[in-house]
Design a protein around this ligand. Structure first.
Ligand SMILES: [Zn+2]
Length: 700
């Protein structure tokens, strides 16, 4: 590992954050250096501090410590992420014998200089009790690969000599802060502290010194590991998969997703679902296909705070039966849940504490031949769990090559998983109505499709946008990603008239998010021509996209939803034309009538599986500059002719013919999709008009 410190960059940070003062600006720079390396810290892990001064409102200068605040990641931290606290007061706390976590948090909050600052790190007192100006803390892979062994302490001494103090495992908080200060005071010449099965602290008089000591010590560990690995053991590959991982993953994922959905007992929100992040790098496949999988995977995490994201143990599906995996998966999940339950019960009994039990579902599932399947309540949570587990695989493989892995005992892991400070967060954030759900929208680059996708994302769903036009699809995905984040959506180019292409679309939904809960068949075309002038080819083209396309999408949706076994929604975009057709519009109107009937019959067939099928009947949804309507661009001029008006008068014509004189937008259609998808009413087989009120389309 090389130092990435540059005087030029440091100067740029000092310049950019000059108003925060030199100390904090430098702290921001080297914190970002530490945070930018995933081998050092990941996703909010690690913390840093700097000691300096603070000028209060009376103009007095008081000693201060600025330490990483919660909610900030080191790789992108800025001055507001380093709240300042009264250093003199914090140092006095060391005289106490004990300090509970809750009281510690309260003491930290009440000694901030800014009442609106984020909570400072739970390791703040550790930083405060050490005298150095700059302190850097990471959970570096190489340090964990050295310390997570039965002989970890000896090895640390062998590799670092007297350059570091060694601290036994203590959970972060007041006690750890005191223990670290005591270890430091035994030898004040040390450059850092190695916390067994936790990580590394280094310190220095300048930001550069502390950072470069960090890099140097981690590099020493890396060098030792590299040398030992060269002469060490290798994993033996034993599993031979029948198909490539990308073919097996969509077979396994929906079954697993169904098994990992928590039944709530509420008929209007029957399941709490999770979202998948699937990975199959060579390193992961070597691990899951190895003879050593059981020995290595069924050991605890690298460092206890990983349990929050990954739970203590993964679910491992040994010798998967790919021909018919449902039963085997069911047994494996049941066994995992039972084991988790008994772990929880035995821990609260042994410790004599009361805790709110967390769900008993695995977050990491390892499947030979398939790879790593990480699950979370959102794609982001799943991705974070996957990132952590990828590093876990790397470190465990490295330790296997060079010695024996040892994690903390269950009891220490439980203390972190059921930490009162974590328990206090439970139930605080209200999930969005479609959290954990996955939607597929076809024709998603168009005016209606893109608006529907947007409404679904805003309601918390992850959306697979499908369109036949790759360029427009990319632009739509780009715009949604910029607004709602990269995890909110995926784009898949597909042709709804091609059976294989539709199957591939749903396979991709399973690979990207684990399955699907809401399907919105929407891709459609229109053609305007008097009957006697209508070409057979044009008729067929409309039927292929609007009828066969809807049929193929709905059939795949039903198959995938049945595999999950957790119900779902098909919300087909129909048309007001079914109730009130337009002249010179026979192909389109007939195709939409077929969709209408297809949906009603599907509603009858799929109700027993908890799958609801409803139809939306919008009238004349025009696009705007951002989302032009391909359909209107194509048929607009002919429809205008059929109505005996100019093309540019068309939108106004449609608005004036409805009772409310409403301009119907894609977002109105999106609202209706969300209405059905959130089970607001027990409705299936229905058609909801979204047309501003068209009297001649009223049911009769
Ligand atoms: Zn830590």
């Amino acid at each position: 590992m090389e130092s990435r410190y540059s005087d030029e960059k440091a100067a740029a940070f000092l310049d950019r954050f000059a108003s925060a003062g030199e100390d904090v600006a430098m702290r921001v720079y080297t914190s970002q250096l530490i945070g930018g390396d995933a081998d050092l810290v990941m996703h909010g892990g690690g913390n840093t501090s700097v000691k300096g001064e603070f000028k209060n409102i009376l103009g007095e200068t008081v000693p201060a410590i600025f330490v990483k605040g919660s909610g900030w990641n080191l790789d992108s931290i800025e001055p507001p992420g380093l709240p300042g606290l009264d250093l003199e007061y914090l140092k006095k706390l060391r005289a106490l014998d004990t300090l509970s976590d809750e009281e510690m948090v309260s003491q930290l909050r009440t000694h901030l200089f800014d009442a609106s600052a984020p909570n400072p790190s739970v390791e703040t007192l550790l930083h405060a009790f050490l005298p150095h100006k700059f302190i850097d803390h990471s959970h570096a892979d190489a340090i964990l690969a050295i310390t997570n062994r039965p002989n970890g302490e000896e090895l640390v001494r062998e590799i670092f000599g007297e350059r570091v103090g060694i601290v036994r495992y203590v959970m972060p908080g007041f006690e750890l802060a005191k223990v670290c200060a005591e270890v430091y005071e035994q030898n004040e010449n040390v450059e850092g502290l190695v916390l067994l099965k936790h990580g590394l602290f280094t310190f220095g008089a300048t930001g550069r010194e502390s950072y470069e000591r960090h890099i140097e010590l981690v590099s020493l560990a890396e060098d030792w590991l590299r040398e030992e690995k060269a002469k060490g053991r290798r994993l033996k590959e034993t599993f031979d998969a029948p198909d490539p991982p990308e073919a097996l993953a969509p077979e396994i994922a929906p079954l697993l997703r169904g098994l990992l959905a928590e039944a709530t007992g509420d008929p209007d929100a029957p399941y709490k679902r999770m979202v998948l992040e699937w990975r199959d790098s060579d390193e992961i496949l070597d691990f899951v296909n190895s003879a050593e999988l059981a020995t290595l995977a069924l050991t605890g995490p690298l460092t206890p705070d990983h349990v929050i994201r990954t739970k203590a143990l993964p679910l491992v599906l040994f010798a998967p039966e790919f021909d018919d995996p449902a039963e085997q998966l069911g047994h494996a999940v049941t066994a995992y849940r039972r084991a988790y339950d008994s772990y929880f019960k035995s821990m609260i009994y042994q410790k004599g504490v009361e805790r709110v039990r967390l769900d008993d579902f695995p977050r990491i599932v390892l499947v030979p031949g398939v790879g790593l399947m990480a699950w979370g309540e959102s794609k982001k949570a799943a991705r974070i769990a996957a990132d952590i587990y990828e590093h876990t695989i790397r470190v465990k493989t490295l330790v296997y090559a060079t010695g024996e892995y040892e994690s903390l005992p269950e009891s220490d892991l439980f203390d972190v998983e059921y930490w009162p400070l974590e328990q206090a967060k439970l139930g605080k954030s209200k999930p969005k109505p479609l959290q954990g759900q996955v939607a597929v929208v076809t024709g998603a680059a168009g005016a209606i499709g893109s608006a529907v996708a947007q409404s679904l994302i805003e309601a918390g769903a992850h959306v697979v946008l499908s369109d036949v036009n790759a360029e427009r699809l990319e632009a739509t995905c780009e715009a949604l990603g910029a607004k709602y984040g990269r995890d909110s959506r995926r784009g898949v180019v597909s042709d709804v008239t091609d059976e294989r292409s539709v199957e591939a679309l749903f396979d991709e939904a399973a690979r990207q998010f684990g399955g699907v809960d809401i399907v919105v068949p929407n891709a459609g075309i229109a053609h305007s021509r008097p009957l006697e002038e209508l070409d057979t080819d044009d008729w067929q083209r409309v039927m292929d996209v609007n009828v066969k396309g809807y049929f193929l999408v709905m059939r795949e949706a039903a198959r995938l939803m049945k595999k999950q076994g957790t119900g779902g929604h098909i919300i087909a975009i129909g048309s007001k034309n079914v109730m009130a057709p337009g002249a010179e519009f026979s192909a389109y109107s007939a195709s939409k009538a077929a969709v209408h009937q297809l949906a009603k019959v599907s509603a009858m067939e799929l109700a027993k599986d908890g799958i609801r099928v409803n139809v939306l009947a919008p009238d004349a949804v025009f696009g705007d500059d951002k989302n032009p309507s391909g359909l209107w661009d194509e048929v607009g001029p002919d429809r205008a002719k059929a109505h005996g008006i100019e093309f540019k008068q068309l939108e106004e014509h449609y608005r004036n013919r409805n009772l409310l004189h409403a301009r119907v937008t894609g977002r109105h259609v999106g609202n209706a999709v969300v209405f059905f998808a959130t089970n607001q009413t027990p409705t299936t087989g229905a058609t909801l008009p979204i047309d501003g009120g068209i009297a001649n389309a009223f049911p009769r």
